[in-house]
Design a protein around this ligand. Structure first.
Ligand code: P6P
Length: 339
């Protein structure tokens, strides 16, 4: 495979969109820049104690905001605002959306939603973390101020989504609706190279990723599915499943995307609507997994069809290999029929 950089790939892909004006390409380039900056900080975190640990503040979720959460959030928002191609950003780290109120930005046609650094509490223990992004066309008029309704669109209206995983290597994985491609960062020359072209997730898998400590709080259909995964009854000729849960969504998602598997964050006692946020975590990953041949559902519908009612809305989230999601969905549907 010729060493294609992500910049070259974006430029070549732009030809897939007749009449495109290059704005989406500029957004992806902004995200690429921010991911390099964040990756650099994360990779030296263990040596630069001053960027580790808590910022002493809480985010809108009431979660302890890590210093690197703030750094990542600022890095993405600054990079995205600098190119004049989006009119606003919504972030896990901000109570409401951020307007870029310049004339140039108000004329822009896109909005971006981000989880700038998911799983950041894992950084102090050197576990992989990630950034997640989602891109929509605004629905308000060009030239007007961006509005909350621009950010509360169903996932099936996304024009692009992706993530960056800061792991043993830094990777950018994204889709613009024409398949999923993965790029690995070469820090020696500061370039992302195409390393995983046209990613497809296996229809089946033997990995299930869930916090089994919450098992007693899960609804019966979900608990029954997990018990099925835990069983390895040879009489049923069922392949033994493996439990793999890193506690870092992007890392668990990335492994399962490549190897096959299912990630579950159901509703629990402490999180009756689940823990993960629909707009900047579940919907972008749902777009990616569907483009790679997998599925993403909540308890009773496709993630991409849910119309958000609020920016930080949480939903139960099940994502991964098609056949595994189909099996879980059968459990959920038979339960709802029996009620
Ligand atoms: P729990 C990290 O806080 C996160 O949002 C995801 O990255 C991760 O999958 C999940 O929460 C872990 O949550 O409740 O199992 O610790």
């Amino acid at each position: 495979m010729k060493n294609v950089t992500v910049g070259e790939f974006i430029a070549e892909s732009q030809n897939n969109f007749p009449g495109s004006t290059g704005e989406l390409s500029k957004i992806l380039s902004s995200i690429k820049l921010a991911s390099k900056i964040v990756s650099h900080q994360i990779n030296k975190a263990g040596l630069a104690k001053e960027i580790l640990g808590s910022s002493g503040r809480e985010n809108v979720q009431g979660e302890d905001q890590q210093k690197l959460d703030v750094f990542a959030n600022d890095s993405f928002i600054n990079a995205l605002s600098a190119r004049g191609v989006i009119c606003g950003v919504a972030s896990e780290e901000n109570d409401s959306f951020v307007e870029f109120n310049s004339t140039v930005n108000n004329d822009a046609k896109y909005v971006v939603l981000i989880d700038p650094l998911d799983g950041s509490s894992n950084i102090d223990v050197n576990v992989s973390v990630g950034s997640i992004f989602s891109v929509y066309k605004r629905i308000t008029d060009k030239g007007s101020n961006v509005d909350i309704k621009d950010f509360l669109q169903p996932g099936n209206r996304q024009v692009a989504s992706g993530y960056i995983i800061y792991g043993s290597s830094t990777m950018l994985v994204y889709t613009t609706g024409k398949g999923v491609n993965g790029f690995t960062f070469d820090p020696s020359i500061g370039v992302f190279f195409l390393s995983h072209p046209d990613m497809k997730t296996p229809n089946d898998g033997t990995i299930y990723s869930v916090n089994e400590g919450n098992l007693n709080y899960f609804k019966k259909p979900v608990a029954d599915y997990i018990k099925y995964c835990q069983s390895s009854n040879k009489d049923q000729m069922k392949t033994a499943y493996s439990s793999r849960y890193i506690g870092s969504l992007v890392a668990d998602f990335h492994r399962n995307l490549i190897k096959g598997g299912i990630y579950l964050y159901p509703s629990t006692g402490t999180n009756p609507n689940g823990k993960l946020r629909l707009t900047y975590e579940c919907a972008p990953l749902a777009f990616l997994i569907e483009q790679a041949g997998g599925r993403a559902i909540s308890e009773n519908q496709r993630i991409m069809d849910i119309v958000p009612t609020e920016l930080h809305q949480r939903v139960p989230f099940f994502v991964g290999s098609k056949n595994m999601i189909d099996h879980l969905e059968e459990n959920l549907e038979s339960e709802s029929r029996s009620i």
